[in-house]
Structures are given as C-alpha cells and as structure tokens.
Design a protein around this ligand. Structure first.
Ligand SMILES: Nc1ncnc2c1ncn2[C@@H]1O[C@H](COP(=O)(O)OP(=O)(O)OP(=O)(O)O)[C@@H](O)[C@H]1O
Length: 368
C-alpha cells in the first residue's frame, strides 16, 4: 500500500497530489508535461518535494515535517525508463547480476533463474547490450530491476521507444510479471491502450493535479464529472457486449442507453466490458434519422455545447453517453445547429476501434 500526500513546486510547474494505491497495477495516465515522471521520481526518491509525506507498506519514505528522507537505494523501489539504461560494458548477465548482488540474500524476493526464465533471457545472457534489440534491452532492464527485489516497480513509458511490433512482444512479459510475481506496479504512459493491457485501474493527471483515480469504467461513467474531454478520452466508451451478429458482421453492445453496432469480435464474451473509441471526425450529424442508409449507428441525442475546435467545430452531444462530433463550421451553419436541440449521430460500424485487442496470443495496440 502506497500513501502519498505531496507538494512539489518548480518555477513554472507545481504538482500537488494525494493518492492511496493498493498493491496491484495502477496506470498513471496524462498528457505530456502533466507531472507523471515527476510523481514517479518523488516515489523513487529521485525528486524531493517541498512538502508532504510518502509511506510505502507502513514505512515512511519521506516526511517533510519531521525531515525523514530515505535515499533511493534504501527504498527498494524499481524504476524502468523508456531507454533501458543498461551498463554498456557489462554483458546481459552482468547487468542482471548487478542489482541481485547488491541485495542481501535474506531480502531477495526472486531467484535469478526464475527471472531469466520469466523474461526469456536465457539465450541472451552472454550477449552485450549493444548487440541486442531495443525490445530485448527493455526485457533485460526489467530483469535487472526485478532482481534487485523491489517491493514496488515503477515503469516510466517503458515501451515508448519501441515500434508497434516490439511493444506487442514486451506486453506479454509485463503481464507475466503482473500475474506470476504479484508485484505492485505503477505504469506510466500517455497511451491508454497500452495501460489497458495491464490494468483498468487508473490515476488521471493533468497540469500537476490528480483529476481522477479508480476503475476507468467508473471514471468514464461518472456523470458528475467530465474527465474524458480534458484528457483526450472523448468518445471512449466502456461498452457491455450484448451479442454477436456473425452473419451481419457486427458485435452489438450497450453503454447506458446507447446501443451500438461495432466491428465483429466473436472472442469477446457476452456481458464483458470492452473499451471502444471513435474519432470525433467519424461522427456525422443529421437532423433526422435517415431511412435506407448503410450506416448502422443512428443515435439520437441532444446538443449540449458547440465550441470552436481549430478550423472545425466540436459539437458535444448527450446521446445516452457523451459523444463529440467534429464538423466544419459550414456544416454547423447549414444544419443551423444550436445548443439544446435534438440531433442524430451517424457512426459507421467500422469507425469504432477497440482500445485493446487480443487475438490468438498476438497483441495489437490501437492508436488511442
Ligand atoms: N528537473 C526539472 N526541473 C524543472 N522543471 C522540470 C524538471 N523536470 C520536469 N520539469 C517540468 O515539470 C513539468 C512536469 O514534467 P514531467 O516530466 O513530470 O511530465 P510528464 O507528464 O512525465 O511528461 P512526459 O509525458 O512528456 O514525459 C513539466 O513542465 C516539465 O517541464
């Protein structure tokens, strides 16, 4: 259990955060510059806040009032960055042994061979870091961190420097760490689809403030707050799968009062929650339902707000779920759209993408 209540002040940025995290995987999600790395740095002991308190598993790591400040090497917190930061003059084995040897035997949580097996590092042990791929380097970095026996693992965009193919190769290893080692992790990314492969427990951060914490589904469904828009989660919906129309080539799902036809995914079980998203520009607006149209989703709603959005106009609609359509000012003028008016949202089945997809063990990441 991590309990944090801190204040960090910098010249043009301040971070004020209160958090209670239990011992599972938490995704820390937010736009660039929102303070994600700073928060991890504070937890790891690399960044010292001006005020506050940080307690991990009952041990006080930092307490501004009483002057307690445990240095990073005594916190037993692992940190893996975007670039693996391996020691170039050590072999893979040398890198792995580095943290292992520094940990007293009675504090070691994992056996060397078990971590090598878990991360598939056996064939690489004698290789040098400059001779292995980016994905392999990240696996070694993970192994080195794990072998130092952390009680919490912080992952700061560990896949950001990898291409889609390599990301997909690493994700199953992260899932194995989650499932087999049961090590609490905080996973930072600004790619929600990546986080969702590991957890739906999120902390949303923006401009140095925690905006929401909890299950993504609860965050998106909370009608009292609109966290989706400021965090770029517009049109991200946690839908419940209702049926598969195999002949019709679509999966039918529901979110609150909204019923949707989505691309067919027979592997999704009925009743399961899946996250889907639609780009704003893929939502067309119409005054009436249109008969004889191939577009499967014609969703009635009411316009909540019309606002400028770059060269376009963003129209926010309550359609049983919050939806945003991006249309041209000309279309807005010609339809004579006004706040409070009824409108239909037309969305093609194929315009929906699933935020994570898992097919036959291959992982695909959507762009969200
Ligand atoms: N060492 C530093 N000294 C002063 N300001 C810093 C320092 N490191 C980061 N900042 C500033 O603090 C703010 C938060 O940065 P931080 O790196 O924590 O954000 P982030 O959410 O991790 O961003 P990204 O996703 O781009 O990595 C930014 O405005 C950044 O410019």
């Amino acid at each position: 259990m991590l309990s944090l209540d801190i204040e960090l002040r910098r010249h043009a940025f301040d971070l004020v955060a209160q958090l209670e995290l239990n011992g599972s995987v938490t995704g820390l999600f937010g736009p660039s510059g929102s303070g994600k790395s700073s928060l991890l740095g504070i937890i790891a002991g690399l960044v010292r806040p001006q005020r506050g308190r940080l307690v991990l598993d009952g041990e006080t790591l930092y307490d501004g009032a009483s002057g307690v400040y445990l240095p990073p090497h005594r916190r037993r917190i692992g940190l893996v960055f975007q670039d693996s930061q391996l020691f170039p003059h050590y072999s893979v084995k040398g890198n792995l042994l580095y943290g292992f040897k520094q940990t007293p035997p009675n504090q070691r949580r994992f056996r060397f061979d078990d971590i090598v097996d878990l991360l598939g590092l056996g064939p690489l042990l004698n290789a040098h870091p400059r001779k292995i791929s980016g994905g392999e380097k990240q696996r070694v970095a993970l192994g080195r961190s794990l072998l130092a026996s952390p009680r919490l693992l912080l992952l700061d965009e560990p896949l950001a420097s990898l291409d889609q193919g390599l990301k997909a190769q690493i994700l199953p290893f992260l899932q194995r760490i989650r499932d087999e080692l049961q090590l609490p992790m905080i996973y930072v990314s600004h790619a929600l689809s990546e986080i969702l492969h590991l957890t739906d427990q999120l902390v949303l951060i923006k401009q140095g403030r925690i905006r929401a914490a909890g299950a993504l589904q609860d965050i998106l469904q909370n009608p009292q707050t609109d966290h989706a828009a400021p965090l770029g989660l517009d049109n991200t919906l946690p839908v419940t799968i209702e049926s598969h129309d195999v002949e019709g080539g679509c999966t039918l799902a529901r979110f609150r009062d909204l019923r949707l036809a989505l691309p067919l995914r027979e592997q999704l079980t009925i009743g399961q929650v899946a996250y889907v998203s639609i780009q704003r520009g893929e939502v067309a607006l119409c005054r009436q339902a249109v008969p004889g149209l191939s577009i499967q989703n014609q969703v009635p709603g009411r316009i909540i707000r019309i606002e400028p959005y770059g060269e376009s106009v963003a129209v926010r609609i309550d359609a049983g779920a919050p939806l945003v359509a991006e249309i041209t000012p000309r279309a807005c003028r010609e339809l004579d759209l006004k706040e409070g008016e009824a409108v239909y949202c037309l969305i093609k089945t194929r315009s929906f993408s699933y935020l994570i997809e898992q097919t036959r063990g291959d992982f695909k990441l959507s762009g969200a």
